[in-house]
Design a protein around this ligand. Structure first.
Ligand code: GDP
Ligand code: MG
Length: 800
């Protein structure tokens, strides 16, 4: 039979098991029971009785020579071993079913015969402490697994000896004393102070040692062994009743198996039976028989342990509550388990779906509780796309940079037909501005795509821990929303396309913000005037410088009288032009406008310019090219006839040599035809030197523009820019609105319905609610843990 009470055994083992496996090994802090006493006082025998198994080497002389740390580990009954063939009730040394021992020093071997355990202890003792009588502080660790033991640690220690024998050192007594003190000093150790009854108690080394570490006798249990060996006529009644030596936990008398019993293999239960008989029939102990013997010792240990556990309970309880709360919280993050039943699958799916849709919507609205502070997300990101990405990409479009002077001139010519235009080539403006509006389409479409991509991203972040439990459902939800978004991408993109097409369909030159021909003219003139003025000043300076040098060469003196005319010319021309320009052209009647502008044009044409430099739009790089023209033209090095080989090569490369040829001739009828027509070679130079202008001039000889053409080109550019800005503003305004309406808001509005109609189908439930294995395991572990905590809490309730 088990020496410790089954009731406590059950409770404490369960509790400790739970606590061991969950809270952490030491939290129950069960006491160690340390057995101390002098040599051969019967320590090992007492220990054996407590465990209920016969496994410790005993005998006269020094047997226990190393500390034995004996861990009793409770295991369930059904964990049986195949090789336990002995009848447990016949053979005391044979292991019972489910009982085995393991040594720390041979961890891979299970001892099922306790006779082997005994032998191994002897061998291991000898291995470290020698075969003679020496002791050693290095402990032997032995674990006994049994369904009949309490999870408890017992420590058997070498006995105290006064006189060194064998190869014991001279200070053997001191060594042993220190060793024992080390073990019993721990506050959670219960000291079993073993004193043999046949030796005077006042000489008890055990009590002496115990008093040292436990002066109030709170955790010391006095055990009086060998009560059967007392001299006839003497008894231990005074000691056992606590009159001789005060101990709170009292003295308990015991009769262990004698050496003879051990050698005769007297079974444990028989020995215990005999002990009980002894006290019951002994005249001195008859009256206190129920407070004597190993049984009572075990009971006292139970009570002590229980008291100890009670002391620890508030702590354990508090810890359990914390753990329970944490676990419950974790479990809640996996979702509501009330929905796990089959009949609830629909509502679970509906609930998860709604949460997903809500999360999607709140992310867009920016009302989500989990807004990142590290990067823009959701709605804010869409806003950023509209304002920063889209807005600035529209801003960077230069509406005329892809139009060469030649393109414009060709457009002007084509639009006027055989006759030269009166003045403002409206048709040409129409013709040219429409393709420019198309430049807005790519950024607009990109805007739609970016928002679409952002929405896709948002729908990927709408999951939760709960949803991650059902990866297939999550994937499906994302899929349906992605489909919805993709579906809306077409209409949104088409709408944006038509926004551009609409703008191209009708060029509203009556738009209040449109510059208008006259104002554009004014702008062009101002710019040109500025340049012309600067040029004239420069020319005059050069002229004067030349003359002065000449005169200096002639008479060595400077003649300042020539300085006068220039400023006059400058002033006169400039102010005259300014007068025209400063007129409020827009307010004029169309005819006046035409005439006025025409007048300006005429006066511009009238101002004699020796330079062909008329390309004044700085954005196109024409000015630089004209600069080259200027030089080549002035030098009179127009290589009209390129080297035959070079020319042939270029002709073959150029698509329309005849066109460029034909373009030159009509110019002749104009009064100031530029004298330079660059040939291929010059084009090559231009491309090397001219940068931007290179491409358009490298096409095999561009005829220089006449003044009028140059001005018309500038005018067209100004008009295009002005009109383009109007359209750009409108597109910048309308595209985000369209995207919001057709893509973002639409998806927000229908997402819930779409999810329900696509996924809320009985036939899909099974598939959708497939639980992710990893999450499932986590959840189940969590559930198990919570269950454990609840049980532990219940056990604690029972103990109290
Ligand atoms: P230890 O050295 O303190 O561990 O003492 P043991 O348990 O080895 O016992 C020493 C010897 O005393 C052994 O031969 C035991 O059989 C014997 N012995 C121990 N307790 C009793 C007892 O209560 N009565 C009798 N008759 N012999 C005992
Ligand atoms: Mg011993």
């Amino acid at each position: 039979m088990a020496a410790l009470g089954e009731d406590l055994l059950g409770i404490v083992n369960k509790l400790q098991d739970l606590v061991f496996n969950t809270i952490g090994s030491d939290s129950l802090d069960l006491p160690q029971i340390v057995v101390v006493g002098s040599q051969s006082s019967g320590k090992s025998s007492v220990l054996e009785n407590i465990v209920g198994r016969d496994f410790l080497p005993r005998g006269s002389g020094i047997v226990t020579r190393r500390p034995l740390i004996l861990q009793l580990i409770n295991v369930p009954e059904d964990e049986s071993l195949p090789n336990t063939t002995h009848d447990p009730y016949r053979s005391p040394n044979a292991a019972r079913r489910s009982e085995w021992a393991e040594f720390h020093h041979i961890s891979n071997r299970r001892f099922t015969d306790f006779a082997d355990v005994k032998r191994e202890i002897e061998n291991e003792t000898a291995r470290v402490a020698g075969t003679n009588k020496g002791i050693h502080r290095q402990p032997i660790n032995l674990k006994i697994y049994s369904p009949h033991v309490l999870n408890l640690t017992l420590v058997d220690l070498p006995g105290l000896t006064k006189v060194p024998i064998g190869d014991q050192p001279t200070d053997i007594e001191k060594q042993t004393r220190n060793l024992i003190s080390e073990y019993i000093a721990k506050p959670n150790s219960i000291i079993l102070a073993v004193s043999p009854a046949n030796v005077d108690i006042v000489n008890s080394e055990a009590l002496k040692l115990a008093r040292h570490v436990d002066p109030l006798g709170r955790r010391t249990i006095g055990v009086l062994t060998k009560v059967d060996l007392m001299d006839h006529g003497t008894n231990a009644l005074d000691i056992l009743s606590g009159r001789v030596y005060p101990l709170k936990l009292g003295f308990i008398g015991a009769v262990n198996r004698s050496q003879q019993d051990i050698q005769g293999n007297k079974p444990m239960d028989e020995a215990l039976q005999a002990e009980a008989e002894f006290f019951r029939h002994h005249p001195a102990y008859r009256n206190i028989a129920d407070r004597c013997g190993t049984q009572f010792l075990a009971k006292t240990l139970n009570t002590t342990l229980l008291a100890h556990i009670r002391e620890r309970l508030p702590d354990i309880k508090a810890r359990l509550n914390t753990l329970m709360g944490q676990t419950q919280q974790e479990l809640a993050s996996y979702g509501d388990m009330h929905f796990s039943g089959k009949e609830h699958r629909g509502s679970l799916i509906l609930q998860l779906m709604t949460r997903f849709a809500t999360s999607f919507m709140t992310s867009i609205d920016g009302t989500s509780t989990e807004i990142s502070t590290k990067e823009l997300c959701g709605g804010a990101r869409i806003y950023y796309i509209f304002n920063s990405v889209f807005g600035s990409s529209l801003e960077t479009i230069d509406p005329t940079s892809n139009l060469s002077a030649l393109d414009i001139r060709t457009a002007i010519r084509n639009s006027t037909g055989p006759r030269p235009s009166l003045f403002v080539p409206e048709m040409a403006f129409d013709l040219l501005v429409k393709p420019q509006i198309k430049l807005l389409e790519i950024p607009s479409q990109r805007c739609v795509e970016l928002v679409y991509e952002e929405l896709i991203k948002i729908c990927h972040t709408c999951g939760s821990t709960e949803l991650s439990r059902f990866p297939r459902l999550q994937a499906k939800l994302i899929e349906v929303v992605s489909d919805l978004l993709r579906e809306r991408l077409g209409p949104a993109s088409q709408y944006v396309e038509s926004l551009i097409a609409i703008q191209r369909a009708y060029i509203n030159t009556n738009h209040p913000n449109f510059l208008g021909a006259a104002a554009a003219m004014g702008q062009v003139v101002t710019t040109r005037q500025e340049k012309e003025r600067k040029r004239l000043i420069q020319e005059e300076r050069e002229r004067r410088e030349k003359r002065r040098l000449k005169e200096m060469g002639a008479n060595g003196t400077e003649t300042p009288e020539d300085d006068e005319p220039t400023p006059l010319v400058e002033r006169g021309e400039v102010s005259g032009l300014r007068k025209h320009q400063s007129k409020p052209l827009r307010s004029m009647s169309p005819s006046v406008r035409e005439n006025g502008a025409g007048g300006i044009a005429a006066s511009l044409n009238g101002t004699r310019s020796s330079s062909p430099s008329r390309f004044n739009n700085p954005g196109v790089g024409i000015a630089r090219d004209s600069f080259l023209n200027y030089f080549f033209g002035k030098d009179g090095v127009p290589h009209q006839q390129p080297a035959p080989g070079v020319g042939a090569r270029h002709v073959s490369q150029n698509s329309e040599p005849s066109i460029s040829q034909s373009i030159r001739h009509p110019d002749e009828k104009l009064p100031h035809r530029p004298s330079v027509i660059r040939d291929d070679e010059d084009g090559g130079k231009a491309s090397r030197l001219g940068g931007d202008g290179a491409t358009q001039f490298a096409t095999g000889g561009e005829p220089a523009l006449t003044d009028r053409e140059a001005m018309e080109t500038d005018l067209i550019r100004a008009l295009i820019s002005s009109y383009f800005n109007i359209v750009r503003e409108s597109i910048a305004d309308q595209v985000p609105k369209a995207v919001m309406h057709l893509l973002v808001n639409h998806c927000k509005d229908v997402v819930q319905n779409r999810l329900v109609s696509e996924l809320y189908k009985e036939s899909l439930f099974e598939e959708l609610l497939y639980e992710d294995d990893g999450v499932k395991q986590e959840r189940e572990k969590c559930e198990g843990l919570l269950q454990t905590y609840r049980e532990a809490a219940k056990i604690i309730g029972e103990v109290l």
